[in-house]
Every structure is written in structure tokens, then in C-alpha cells.
Ligand binder design. Structure first.
Ligand code: BDR
Ligand code: CA
Length: 347
């Protein structure tokens, strides 16, 4: 099924895979991309996103710069998780593409108004831009076809504080405004929420990079591991595989450093796959709110699964999936894109 997508990212290693996944998916039509401050500052997010579009030889796609700061608190970034520029050990050349003249919030509002009922919004970063867009156009929950959010942690520990997931932690006021606004969405338009409960089951491992390389026809086959020195760089013949190896290896090293194994959680590409095919996800409705005042629990997402608050559900939380199906799609699609592009390269 053809899907018009607005992507809101804080590119970021896993965000970059989400972008590549969408570009590699024939059913996805990316209408525009909003760059949100988060993993790295907004300007760096925008630069990374444009560079990834170049890497994938994407057609012109509008990329709009988002707010420099969250709604109510100073920006916190996480170069230790995503690398100095946000792309792990990878360094991509600066893009000749230019940024949109409209703001990220304007991009959201104007694109959704232009295609009422047709757009899937996909947020893989903090919700700052979407919250600002909702202030401009409170009807967005009824104008969007669907919203997919990577964010939150429900019956699961946080990855930033004991109870906070990163995207919500960076801008909890924005997340609260978004979930509150989507209380007005009809049941079939409730946001699909991919929280850590599910995205931490999406474990990418070195074997997946090898499979991507094979699918792309890239040589040599490279097996990365915990013993590789930080300065090691991929020599893969295919530029996309070279990028992915250098970017994802940093994410492996980060997870390994926190005793999670030599793997990386593919939060954002999973959310992208769900945006294109909600059938990948088993969901359960709940009323979601964000704690804004707790001294220990500020920015925690709380799900009322049983209707104890007496409020209608405002989210469909993903509670199950088959990670192997997702990885099969990631490898097949991104591998095929890489193979096609390298065959088109001049000799
Ligand atoms: C989320 O935080 C970011 O660091 C990742 O890109 C992902 O969107 C996971 O908590
Ligand atoms: Ca992200």
C-alpha cells in the first residue's frame, strides 16, 4: 500500500537507518523531513539527514530545520551514544542540498493540510516540532491518516534515567502536548507507539551487517567485533554498506559498553517499518500521559491500560512483533537499494 510520509528525525545512527529503510521501500513516498534537536543539535541533524539522502542518491526531498531547543528546558544531546557528529564512526561528505525555507512545524502543518487524511507522520526523535505544529494546527490529529511514534517506556526500564526513554526525556513537555492533543483522534487514528518495551527486542548484530553486505553485493565481507579498535574503518566496496558498518559499529560498541551485548537496538528503523506496515505490530490501546513534575520520574511515560483514569485511550502501544521479519525486510530492502545504486555508478 502506497504511503505518504512526513518523517521527523534527530539523525542519529538508527534514525539514519530509518531514512534508508524508507528510501529503499517502494511503497513509501517521503513528502518531507523535519530535523529535530535531540541526539545532536538540530543543525547537525539536518546536515546528517541531507548527507544520508545524498548517500542513497535520493531524489530532492524537502528537509526543514526544527527548533534549536525543547519547549521548556535546555537541549541535552548524546554524542556518547551516536558519535561526535551523530553518525557513529562514519563521516559523510557535506551535502550540496539546501534546507527548506519553512520551519519544521510549518512543514508538518502545510503538508498535512495539502493531503488531508492521507499522511502518515513518523517521529523518531523528540516531539518538539510536532508539538509546535499542533499549536499552529490543532486539527492535525484528525487530518493525519496515522502517527507513529518511537518513544517512551511503559512496563520496561528507561534508557536515559531508570524510567525515561531518550526521546521523551529530551522534551517531556512536547510529548505531553502531543499525547494530550491526540486524545481527540478517532480510534483508527490513534498514534502507534513503539516504546522501548518493543524496540529493545529489535537487536541488530554483526551478522545482520554481513547479510546486508551480501544482499548489496559488497566485498569484502566484514565481521565487526568488540575487539576492533575505534580507529578501524570499513573497506566495503559499497558506499551504503561502508557507511552502515562504520555507523552501526559505534552503536554496537555503545551497547556493549553498557553490558547489553555486542548488538544495537534498532528503535527507529523498526518504527519506520511499522509506519509502512502496521500489520508488523501487535498493539494494545491505552491512555498515555507524561509525568512532568516527579522529582525522580519526570519525563516518564505512563500507560493506563485498564481505564483507571476514566479517559479514553489515546494510543495504540506496540506489544508484540517478530524481529526476524523486520530484519529480513531491512536486509532485503536496503541491500537491494545499495546493489542497485552501485550497479548504476559509472565504472
Ligand atoms: C531513541 O533515542 C535515540 O537516541 C534513538 O535515535 C531513538 O530514537 C531510543 O530511545
Ligand atoms: Ca532517534
Amino acid at each position: 500500500m502506497h504511503r505518504k510520509i512526513i518523517l521527523d528525525v534527530d539523525t542519529g545512527i538508527d534514525d539514519s537507518l530509518a531514512v534508508l529503510y524508507l528510501l529503499a521501500s517502494p511503497e513509501a513516498e517521503i513528502l518531507g523531513i523535519a530535523a529535530t534537536a535531540g541526539n545532536v543539535p538540530a543543525a547537525q541533524v539536518a546536515a546528517n539527514t541531507l548527507a544520508v539522502l545524498d548517500l542513497a542518491q535520493a531524489p530532492p526531498i524537502e528537509v526543514a530545520l526544527g527548533a534549536a531547543e525543547p519547549l521548556a528546558i535546555p537541549l541535552r544531546t548524546t554524542e556518547d551514544t551516536h558519535g561526535p557528529q551523530g553518525l557513529g564512526y562514519a563521516e559523510l561528505p557535506p551535502s550540496p542540498r539546501t534546507l527548506s525555507e519553512r520551519s519544521a512545524a510549518q512543514l508538518w502543518v502545510e503538508l498535512v493540510r495539502a493531503h488531508p487524511g492521507e499522511v502518515t507522520g513518523l517521529c523518531t526523535g523528540p516531539l518538539t516540532n510536532l508539538a509546535l505544529a499542533l499549536r499552529l494546527e490543532p486539527e492535525l490529529p484528525r487530518l493525519l491518516d496515522r502517527l507513529v511514534i518511537m518513544g517512551g517506556a511503559f512496563n520496561h526500564p528507561g534508557n536515559t534515567t531508570p524510567t525515561n526513554e531518550w526521546n521523551i526525556h529530551v522534551d517531556p513537555e512536547a510529548a505531553e502536548e502531543v499525547f494530550d492533543a491526540f486524545s481527540a483522534a478517532p480510534p483508527h487514528r490513534r498514534p502507534l507507539v513503539c516504546a522501548l518495551d518493543i524496540t529493545e527486542t529489535i537487536e541488530m548484530r554483526p551478522e545482520h551487517l554481513i547479510a546486508l553486505g551480501q544482499a548489496a553485493g559488497s566485498t569484502p565481507s566484514e565481521t565487526v567485533g568488540a575487539g576492533d579498535p575505534p580507529e578501524w574503518r570499513s573497506a566495503a566496496s559499497d558506499p551504503i554498506i561502508r557507511y552502515l558498518t562504520d555507523a552501526v559499529r559505534f552503536y554496537f560498541d555503545f551497547h556493549h559498553q553498557y553490558d547489553l551485548g555486542y548488538l544495537a537496538h534498532m528503535h527507529d528503523p523498526f518504527a519506520a517499518a511499522v509506519a509502512l506496515d502496521p500489520a508488523l505490530a501487535l498493539t494494545r490501546p491505552a491512555t498515555v500521559d507524561v509525568e512532568l513534575t516527579g522529582t525522580l520520574t519526570r519525563a516518564t511515560t505512563v500507560a493506563d491500560w485498564a481505564g483507571m483514569w476514566g479517559r479514553e485511550p489515546n494510543a495504540d502501544i506496540v506489544i508484540g512483533t517478530d524481529p526476524a521479519v523486520f530484519f529480513d525486510r531491512l536486509v532485503t530492502r536496503v541491500g537491494a537499494l545499495a546493489r542497485r545504486l552501485s550497479q548504476e555508478l559509472p565504472a
